[in-house]
Design a binder for this molecule. Structure first.
Ligand SMILES: Cc1cc2nc3c(=O)[nH]c(=O)nc-3n(C[C@H](O)[C@H](O)[C@H](O)COP(=O)(O)O)c2cc1C
Length: 252
């Protein structure tokens, strides 16, 4: 079926791009992208995010180290850090004799959601003008180090970074799981296609393994299942709760 809109078409064709042409992206274009992104919905209008355009090659290099030496963090023409930012709320509360010091899980979550919605909106706006990119969650490998590099005050943490540039590669799309296994009707578990979850995941493992083999990436026959098990056992970023608390986000 023909896509019903350009946005749907854009999303249907989307893929993370990690190599870019050696061609500048005008700052005025990024301004437009971000201004549009800032129209994203925001919980109770709190607008608890800030974005840092990281231009200094030395800072990029330091961030790349935190991310496990991801070379696109240095090479991308544009690197944006999408941060959850509680400082403006704290400012007005302090003026009124209150404090956010005892902040809780809710404000940590909504500010992270706010930053993520703005990030995804920016990503889509960038794609709509021909830019491509990839989000960089690996800045949370060491949230405190990232905060130090970016000079973040207490009450701000980098939720994820984003590399953007004019595409220098056109990678094939990574397959997604079956739509029919992800969409439930009225009650969790009521699917249009009541296939056994093990069977669906087995099919997905096979499709992903085929994809990785086609691009020469080492994999196993149980590709996705294997990757998830390896990623979360032992626990990923087990220091994050302590690090975020140090940065003023008490997820309790
Ligand atoms: C929050 C978030 C963090 C991510 N972090 C990284 C990262 O640090 N490095 C990277 O190369 N890709 C990163 N990605 C990209 C994912 O690996 C990618 O979206 C996923 O494998 C699916 O591939 P696709 O985007 O090409 O469809 C991240 C994506 C998201 C949404």
């Amino acid at each position: 079926m023909q896509a019903a809109s350009e946005t749907i078409e854009l999303l249907n064709n989307r893929v993370s791009v990690r190599a870019y042409k050696d061609e500048d992206v005008p700052e005025a274009l990024i301004d437009q992208v971000l201004k549009a992104a800032f129209r994203a919905p925001t919980s109770s209008n709190i607008q608890s995010y800030s974005v840092i355009m990281v231009e200094d090659p030395d800072l990029r290099q330091q961030l790349a180290v935190v991310t496990g030496d991801q070379k696109h963090v240095v090479a991308a023409p544009v690197f944006l850090a999408f941060c959850a930012d509680l400082t403006r709320i704290e400012h007005v509360m302090n003026q009124r004799g209150h404090t956010l010091r005892d902040n809780n899980m809710e404000i940590g979550l909504v500010s992270s959601i706010d930053a993520s919605l703005v990030g995804m909106s920016a990503y889509l706006a960038a794609e709509s003008v021909g830019l491509k990119g990839v989000m960089i969650g690996a800045v949370r490998n060491d949230a405190v180090a990232t905060a130090r590099i970016l000079g973040l005050p207490t009450g701000v943490y980098c939720v994820f970074g984003m590399c953007l540039g004019w595409p220098g590669e056109a990678p094939p799309q990574k397959p997604r799981m079956d739509y029919s296994t992800m969409v439930h009707y009225d009650r969790y578990g009521a699917l249009r296609d009541n296939r056994d979850v093990g069977q669906s995941l087995g099919d997905y493992d096979a499709a992903l393994a085929k994809h990785y083999e086609s691009i020469g990436k080492p994999t196993t026959p149980d590709s996705w299942s294997h990757d998830m098990d390896k990623k979360f056992d032992p626990q990923l970023r087990d220091n994050l709760r302590r690090e975020l608390k140090e940065l003023g986000f008490d997820f309790r």
